[in-house]
Design a protein around this ligand. Structure first.
Ligand code: OGA
Ligand code: NI
Length: 393
C-alpha cells in the first residue's frame, strides 16, 4: 500500500516522509527522497521580520480583500463557545452530569467547539509546557533552523502547508512534532534546547492523550454508542503537537495568523498562552466568532474524522487565527486522530432515511496524506470524503 500511495502522490509534491499525518509504518527508516522538488519561494521568518522592520508587511503576507479579517466581530455575550466543566462529567451528581452531557451534545452539534474547565491536568504542567514552547521560539533563528520544516512537510520549525511560490503566508511561526505512535517521530527535529523541552512535552502529551480518550468516551455516550467505541475503532491513535507563535503585527487588518481550515483530526486540544490576547475565530452562521480565552481552559474542537463518523451530526468547524497589533500570542495544539490503518465512514447507527449517508468509506492514512499535501483552505479537504467527491483516492 505504501508504494502505491507514494506513487500516486509523486507527481504532485516532493514529500519528504516526515509528516505526522502521512507517515506509515517503518517510513522513518526510508530515505526521504524528494522526487520533484516543489518551489515555495522565500519564506520570511515572521519573528525576524518583526525585529528588523516592525512596521513592514511584505506583500506575501497581505491577504486579498476577501480574505482580510474583520476585527470587529464581537457578538452578544450569550453567543459564545460553550464551556464544559469536565469535573461534573467525571464526578458530578446526577443532575450536574446530565446537564453537562446536554451541554456537550449541544456544543458538538451546534458549535463543533467547546472550552473545557476543571480538566484535571495539573496547571503547573500547562505552565511549564507554555514556558518551554516560549523559550524555544525565543531561541536565535539559526538554533531553531536546526530543526527546520522542509518544504512540503509539516514537522519541525517553519510554516506548514505552503506548496507554491504565490501562496499567501500566515503571520505565524510554527513548531510541530509527531508524537504517537513512535514511528512518526523524527528525532532530529526535537530540540536539545530548551533543556527541559522534550521531557515536558512528553509528560504533557501523555496527559492530553488521556484527556482526549476520556472526552471521546463522553462523546460516544452522547451518541448512544458504547463508551469505548472510538478507542476500539482508532487502535493506537496518532497524536501530534503544534506550537504556533504569532508575533504582534503592525497591520492585523491585512494579515491572517493562520489561514481558515478545519482540522483533519478526530479531536483537537488547544492551550492558549496565559495572558495571550484572543485570536482564534470560528465560522458560525457565516460569521467569524472570536473564542474568548478562559483562564486555564482547553479549547477543544471536533475534527473532520468525527464529522465523517457521525455523518455530519457533529461538525468540524472552520476556524482561523488573527493577530494583535501589540501583543504576541502562543497556542499549543494537540491533534488526536485514529491510527492510519483505520477505515473511516459514517457509523451505520447514525445513518437513516432522514440522515442519508454523506461520506464514503476511506482509509485514514490516505485522508491524512491528502490533508497534508494541500494548502489550508476552509473545509475543502473534506471534499475528499464526500459521497459525491470526484477527488481520486
Ligand atoms: C491549529 C489552529 C488556532 C490557534 O493549529 O490547527 O487552529 O489559535 N490553531 O492557534
Ligand atoms: Ni486548527
Amino acid at each position: 500500500m505504501q508504494s502505491c500511495l507514494s506513487l500516486k502522490l509523486s507527481s504532485k509534491t516532493s514529500l519528504a516522509f516526515s509528516l505526522f499525518f502521512d507517515t506509515f509504518p517503518n517510513s522513518d527508516s526510508m530515505a526521504p527522497v524528494p522526487i520533484s522538488p516543489i518551489n515555495v519561494g522565500h519564506i520570511d521568518d515572521v519573528q525576524e521580520l518583526r525585529k528588523s522592520g516592525p512596521a513592514t508587511i511584505p506583500e506575501r503576507f497581505v491577504r486579498d480583500m476577501t480574505e482580510r479579517p474583520t476585527l470587529d466581530t464581537a457578538l452578544p455575550s450569550p453567543n459564545t463557545v460553550p464551556v464544559i466543566d469536565f469535573s461534573k462529567l467525571v464526578k458530578g451528581n446526577k443532575d450536574e452530569y446530565k446537564s453537562e452531557m446536554l451541554q456537550l451534545t449541544r456544543a458538538c452539534e451546534e458549535w463543533g467547539f467547546f472550552q473545557v474547565i476543571n480538566h484535571g491536568i495539573d496547571l503547573s504542567l500547562l505552565k511549564s509546557t507554555e514556558q518551554v514552547a516560549k523559550d524555544f521560539f525565543m531561541l536565535p533563528l539559526d538554533e531553531k533552523q536546526k530543526h527546520q520544516m522542509l518544504p512540503g512537510t509539516v514537522q519541525g520549525y517553519g510554516q506548514a502547508f505552503v506548496f507554491s511560490e504565490d501562496q499567501k503566508l500566515d503571520w505565524c511561526n510554527m513548531y510541530a512534532l509527531g508524537l504517537e505512535p513512535h514511528f512518526i517521530r523524527v528525532p532530529k527535529l526535537w530540540p536539545i534546547k530548551p533543556l527541559k523541552f522534550s521531557e515536558t512535552v512528553e509528560v504533557y502529551s501523555g496527559e492530553v492523550r488521556k484527556l482526549c480518550q476520556h472526552l471521546l468516551q463522553y462523546i460516544a455516550m452522547t451518541l448512544n454508542l458504547r463508551t469505548d467505541f472510538f478507542e476500539e475503532m482508532f487502535g493506537v491513535a496518532v497524536q501530534a503537537i503544534r506550537m504556533n507563535y504569532y508575533p504582534p503585527c503592525a497591520r492585523p487588518d491585512l494579515v491572517l495568523g493562520l489561514s481558515p481550515h478545519s482540522d483533519g483530526s478526530a479531536l483537537t486540544v488547544l492551550q492558549q498562552g496565559k495572558g495571550s490576547p484572543g485570536g482564534l475565530q470560528i465560522l458560525k452562521d457565516n460569521k467569524w466568532v472570536p473564542v474568548q480565552p478562559v483562564p486555564n481552559a482547553f479549547v477543544i474542537n471536533i475534527g473532520d474524522t468525527l464529522e465523517v463518523l457521525t455523518n455530519g451530526k457533529y461538525k468540524s468547524v472552520e476556524h482561523r487565527a488573527v493577530t494583535d497589533k501589540e501583543k504576541d500570542r502562543l497556542s499549543i495544539v494537540t491533534f488526536y486522530a485514529p491510527s492510519y490503518e483505520t477505515e473511516l465512514g459514517p457509523i451505520p447507527e447514525l445513518v437513516d432515511e432522514n440522515n442519508p449517508c454523506k461520506y464514503r468509506t476511506y482509509n485514514h492514512g490516505e485522508y491524512s496524506k491528502h490533508y497534508v499535501t494541500n494548502k489550508l483552505q476552509g473545509k475543502k479537504t473534506l471534499e475528499f470524503a464526500k459521497v459525491e467527491s470526484k477527488i481520486p483516492t
